[in-house]
Design a protein around this ligand. Structure first.
Ligand code: XMP
Length: 513
């Protein structure tokens, strides 16, 4: 159901990753935005009640057969349209302009000269840097449009028809390198399309709460907490909506970081007064992992036992119940759009058995990760949870190389806690993707005091990354390395050496197993 309080801007995805970036920028301007596939018929788009349409960039050429295009009915509507890069080329092609194959594309930072100040460029410098990435060139603007700006190679780099409220720019206003890009986007949203900036953390929460209530009624809802940000924010939102109809389950595998179980208890049981089932299953997990050293076997054992334990709790709740999932908006866009299909489907989540059918509650399915964090802060979740670095499902099980014993878990938890503390103290925790300790399966000789030691080394791993697909080892300052090394060796019994892993991904992976 559309909420009357917020305006909607539709971003038509014409390829590549640009659409998500544009939608995020629109939302940063406090206007709600959704991405739709270009195949969506215009009638369906119209049924969503948009205030404006943005056509994204994409890698294709308008000249190739089967090039992405939009439903011509769009042009006959009176909705404001903003075409970006490929989107602008489409406007030019479809509305009487010319897109030429000049053989000279523009890539990267380019100087834009604003000639006629149209609505997009008000109060901006007449010469400004913009980010370009195109091969074909718009040489003539659409028939009724005025050219506002040009670059050395693109005569019609920005054009518009104020009467019909159609604008196009060859460059990318959504990337940070286009210095005034966000100003242009805002000018389109507010001055041209007359959107209202009402999409705020508070309105996001209000809307999610109303939706959750409408979906679950008086039924019971179950939510697995992992200690990570997504499940925590999802749980806090659902709790705000339905209070004690929610039960959270924290399966304590004994392989979480130091203090994590206490943090979950403190936050959810004491601060939020959530009905929390804390399953202390450490002994069962360590028992099942006894003598297991092969990484894939470890993962399988941990994964299967996790499901079994969760299932034992879940069995107490009817098959008619609901299960909360922390699915985010990019997951939905990347799996092909159709978010209604996702909401309605009944899943057996995470391998739960066939006879347990939960309906999913996905309160984060409209949100990007940065919005999830902002909502988490607004709901009063602690910084440690809201900004927690990613942590693998099998936990410390894949950071203890070789046999997993209670003693070795304790060593790694202590060392890891020091690593995190020092990275935080250096102010690096948020900018580093992941920073943690690994416990290898060797021992080395050292000397402490007058005594020879024969103990474990700790490997420090810290990487920068955007998405975990690739990563670079973090250039940590020497003094931070020095503090971590000396604290780990002095404070963690059983450790006499610290090494720093300087492998990027590829060829290494982020985790050691
Ligand atoms: P790798 O080690 O493959 O890790 O470079 C990439 C990212 O995935 C995380 N990771 C996991 N997350 N279950 C998870 O939920 C797993 O089994 C798992 N293994 C690795 C890892 O921490 C990194 O962020």
């Amino acid at each position: 159901m559309e909420q009357p309080e917020r305006d909607l801007v539709i971003v038509v995805d014409l390829g590549a990753q640009y659409a998500q970036m544009i939608a995020r920028r629109v939302r940063e301007a406090h206007v709600y935005s959704e991405i739709v596939p270009r195949s969506m018929p215009f009638a369906e788009i119209l049924a969503k009640g948009p205030k404006a349409i943005i056509l994204s960039g994409g890698p294709a050429s308008v000249h190739v057969d089967g090039a992405p295009s939009v439903d011509p009915a769009l042009y006959e509507s009176d909705l404001p349209i903003f075409g970006i890069c490929y989107g602008a080329q489409l406007l030019a092609r479809d509305l009487g302009g010319v897109v030429a194959k000049t053989g000279r594309g523009e890539y990267g930072r380019t100087d834009l000269t604003v000639g006629t100040t149209g609505p997009l460029f008000r109060e901006q410098p007449t010469s400004q840097p913009v980010w370009m990435s195109h091969f074909d060139t718009i040489t003539e603007a659409p028939a009724d449009a005025t050219v506002f700006a040009s670059t050395g190679d693109t005569p019609a780099a920005a054009f518009g028809d104020p009467e019909r409220r159609i604008y196009g720019v060859q460059f990318h206003p959504e990337v940070a390198h286009t210095e005034h890009g966000q100003d242009m986007l805002k000018a389109f949203l507010f001055d041209v399309a007359e959107c209202r900036p009402t999409w705020t953390n508070v309105s996001i929460i209000e809307e999610a709460v109303a939706e959750i209530r409408a979906q679950v009624g008086t039924a019971r809802v179950l939510c697995g907490l992992s200690g990570g940000v997504d499940s925590a924010v999802a749980a806090a939102l659902v709790h705000k909506a339905i209070g004690d109809q929610l039960t959270c389950v924290f399966v304590d595998t004994g392989l979480s970081r130091k203090g994590e179980a206490e943090q979950v208890e403190e936050t959810f049981r004491r601060q939020f007064e959530v009905d929390l089932v804390h399953v202390k299953a450490g002994d069962r997990f360590l028992g099942a992992l006894d003598d297991i050293v092969e990484p894939e076997r470890k993962r399988k054992i941990i994964g299967e036992l996790f499901i079994r334990v969760f299932e034992e709790v879940a069995r107490e709740y009817d098959a008619a119940g609901f299960l909360v999932q922390g699915t985010l908006y990019p997951d939905i866009v990347e799996s092909g759009g159709g978010e209604n299909a996702v909401i309605k489907s009944h899943h057996n989540v995470g391998g739960l058995p066939d006879d347990m059918e939960f309906e999913l509650v996905e309160p984060l399915r409209h949100l990007f990760k940065d919005e999830v964090r902002a909502v988490g802060e607004e709901l009063g979740l602690p910084e440690e949870i809201v900004w927690r670095q990613p942590f693998p499902g099998p936990g410390l099980g894949v950071r203890i190389i070789g046999a997993i014993t209670p003693e070795r878990v304790a060593i790694l938890q202590e060392a890891d806690a020091i690593v995190v503390e020092e990275i935080r103290r250096a102010g690096l925790y948020r900018e580093i993707w992941q920073s943690f300790a690994v416990l290898p399966a060797v021992r080395t000789v050292g000397v402490q005091g007058d005594d020879r030691t024969y103990a474990y080394p700790i490997v420090l791993r810290a990487v920068t990354s955007d998405d975990a697909m690739t990563a670079d080892w973090a250039r940590l300052p020497y003094d931070v390395l020095e503090r971590i090394s000396s604290r780990v060796i002095n404070e963690v019994p059983g450790v006499n050496r610290v090494a720093y892993d300087i492998t990027s991904k590829p060829p290494g992976t982020i985790e050691w197993e």
